[in-house]
Design a protein around this ligand. Structure first.
Ligand code: NIG
Ligand code: FE
Length: 417
């Protein structure tokens, strides 16, 4: 048994067992001077005021003194590409000199550059390269992360990526949720025959991924110059027949109809949404699709077109924010940075941002009953941050706030002296 005592704020996010909308996003259910008890099963046994929890502490219980720090649920990063080989620092330099993301992609770089590096890596190499990023995610306070494939783009290399995710899940404390993104880009050898690549995704990749149980979701990069709405509809409809949940890179670089398609298909999430209009927001609302907003990619691409988070919250959407961690458009694994961007550029309050980064994110990954809030019965995924007021997480940016991170009640990261 583990007791966590002396938290300045225990930010529980306790509430209805569903994603939070509207004014609920500002209700964090904070317990001042809170404490928490974790059972030997790694689950939260009790969370409440010190006076309620302390009497429950029994004999050989380990006591963790939070030292008046904030205790938060672990962040759930619901849109990430954390498995890849190589980096794209050279492209970063080219963009600094004026080239655009799309120009670099059209010239054979971008996603296809990461595909070449990832294809060249063995599964072992891919796992070890990605462990570096697992460490970064954990030290930022993230305990659950989505992991998309999409840098393989052949049957063998997509399976290799998803098997690497399975190993990372077993070999690191981080909890990975695997998503098949075979339709991330058209690979070099299919440039002139995109339709054949769509067939390959539908007829060969999806059945293999489903057969081996390697993914829970299927995602598509829906954009006129990559996979248009018709391609995306075909791929996602096929994915549904394999019982995969649906996610969609939608309206990132243009108003391509991705949000409307997500609504039409009843997808779990529609992600990015920088160009989504009012009709798209209304469609997401009526279909109950969760928007996943990725301000790190807007920032890192040097754009100022952030998604309309306020309009989405006001429309009653259960907004999620995530890093989009990847080697191209969003090379940050930091959820605290995303909280800062959400408040400074999307006018989300710090409380709304935290709801979007924890409980709402967990529901969007099908993990709402397991993690995302400090409720009795959930897995004890939590982080002590080095501040006494949760708002400092978004306010002081560029700071590594996480002091100690626990997954399933076990220490996964602790800041050294
Ligand atoms: O979410 N938009 C497509 N996929 C990623 C970019 C991946 C990459 O550049 O490697 C994104 O921004
Ligand atoms: Fe992405």
């Amino acid at each position: 048994m583990l007791a966590v005592v002396n938290c300045s704020q225990l930010v529980t996010l306790r509430g209805a067992a569903r994603p939070r909308v509207g004014a609920e996003m500002r209700e964090l259910s904070i317990i001042e001077d809170g404490a928490m008890l974790v059972g030997d099963d790694g689950r939260i046994a009790a969370a409440g005021a010190r006076s309620e929890v302390e009497p429950l502490i029994a004999g050989d219980c380990e006591v963790l003194d939070a030292g008046r720090r904030v205790c938060l649920p672990g962040f759930v990063d619901a849109h990430a590409h954390p498995v890849f080989a190589g980096t794209r620092a050279g492209e970063f330099e080219q963009r600094a000199a004026g080239a655009t993301y799309q120009e670099i992609a059209a010239a054979g770089g971008g996603i296809r550059a990461s595909v070449r590096a990832t294809r060249a890596a063995t599964e072992d190499k891919l796992v070890s390269a990605s462990k570096r990023y697992a460490g970064w995610l954990l030290r930022g306070g993230t305990t659950t992360v989505e992991a998309k494939s999409g840098y393989g783009l052949s049957v063998a290399d997509e399976l290799k990526m998803l098997r690497a995710v399975r190993r990372l899940n077993a070999e690191t404390p981080l909890q990975y949720v695997p998503t098949f993104l075979g339709a991330h880009e058209v690979p070099d050898e299919y440039r002139a025959r995109r339709a054949d690549y769509v067939e390959l995704v539908i007829e060969e990749m999806l059945p293999r991924v489903a057969e081996e149980g390697l993914a829970e979701f299927c995602d598509v990069f829906c954009e006129a110059y990559v996979f248009d709405v018709d391609d995306s509809r075909r791929i996602l409809s096929a994915a549904r027949t394999h019982n995969l949940g649906l996610r969609l890179h939608a309206d990132q670089l243009s108003l391509s109809g991705g949000a409307r398609l997500a609504a039409e298909l009843g997808a779990t999430t529609a992600d990015h949404l920088e160009h989504t209009d009012a009709a798209g927001i209304a469609a997401l609302k009526s279909a109950g699709v969760q928007p996943v907003l990725l301000p790190g990619s807007v920032y890192a691409l040097g754009s100022s077109r952030y998604p309309a988070a306020r309009a989405m919250i006001e429309a009653g959407l259960a907004v999620v924010i995530a890093t989009d961690f990847n080697p191209g458009s969003s090379p940050t694994p930091s959820m605290p940075l995303v909280l800062s961007l959400a408040s400074t550029h999307m006018r989300m309050t710090p409380a709304e941002a935290i709801t979007a980064a924890t409980v709402n994110a967990a529901y969007s990954l099908g993990r709402g009953r397991e993690t995302g809030s400090l409720d009795a019965g959930k897995r004890a995924d939590f982080c002590l941050h080095d501040c006494a007021d949760y708002r400092e997480l978004a306010y002081f940016f560029g700071v590594e706030h996480a002091h100690a991170v626990y997954v399933g009640g076990r220490l996964a990261f602790r800041r050294g002296n």
